[in-house]
Design a protein around this ligand. Structure first.
Ligand code: AR6
Length: 178
């Protein structure tokens, strides 16, 4: 499924983000940039040790922020490591922090000359964010960014499971009307 925004396009697909042929893929990292399970583990496994070598020099990353490394052996030139919030009850600034992850990732992608970026469902695994809320924030934030910035022409949400993919599609449909 896709949606056009100015000269750009948001696309939702189901798949493995490590296989994306885009300028940058976004990782759902932790604040130590130490690697872990989920999509983080998959990206480090597929991209090889060069990614962790750079991560070690970055001194961690605040929640809601992002940092860039090489893509190592991946087809993507860069990995943008974004640190999503751990979901508690929604009253600890989680929505703002999650939106900030998407915005900061796109800002960094622009600064590095990327025109295409793929995102996973940040915070939707181990960090426990309710998927419908996370999907609405993700889609809304990316749409707003593409409306007010030129340069990135292709943003893909690459969702691992069918239910998460469907939930992101629902959020994209809702965002068409707003
Ligand atoms: N491609 C696309 N999506 C994936 C892939 C993949 N290869 N593998 C998993 N997902 P999570 P978080 C989905 O837990 O909630 C790590 O240990 C997964 O199904 O990876 O932000 C980090 O080091 C889910 O929908 O990230 C942190 O400590 C989504 O990616 C912590 O987990 C995100 O799930 C971050 O937790």
């Amino acid at each position: 499924m896709e949606m056009k925004i100015e000269d750009a396009c948001i696309e939702i697909v189901q798949g493995d983000i490590t296989r994306e042929q885009v300028d940058a893929i976004v990782n759902a990292a932790n604040s130590g940039l130490r690697g872990g399970g989920g999509v983080d583990g998959a990206i480090h496994r597929a991209g090889g040790p060069a990614i962790m070598e750079e991560c070690r020099k970055l001194g961690g990353c605040d929640t809601g922020d992002a940092k860039v490394t090489t893509g190592g052996n991946l087809a993507a030139r860069y990995v943008i490591h974004a640190v999503g919030p751990v979901y508690r009850n929604g009253k600890h600034g989680e929505a703002d922090l999650l939106a900030s992850c998407y915005r900061r990732s796109l800002e960094l992608a622009l600064q590095h000359g990327c025109t295409s970026v793929s995102f996973p469902a940040i915070s939707c695994g181990v960090y426990g964010y309710p998927i419908p809320e996370a999907a609405a924030i993700a889609v809304r934030t990316v749409k707003a960014f593409l409306k007010s910035n030129r340069g990135i022409i292709y943003v893909r949400f690459v969702l691992f499971s069918e239910d998460v993919r469907r939930t992101f599609e629902d959020a994209l449909n809702e965002a068409r009307e707003s």
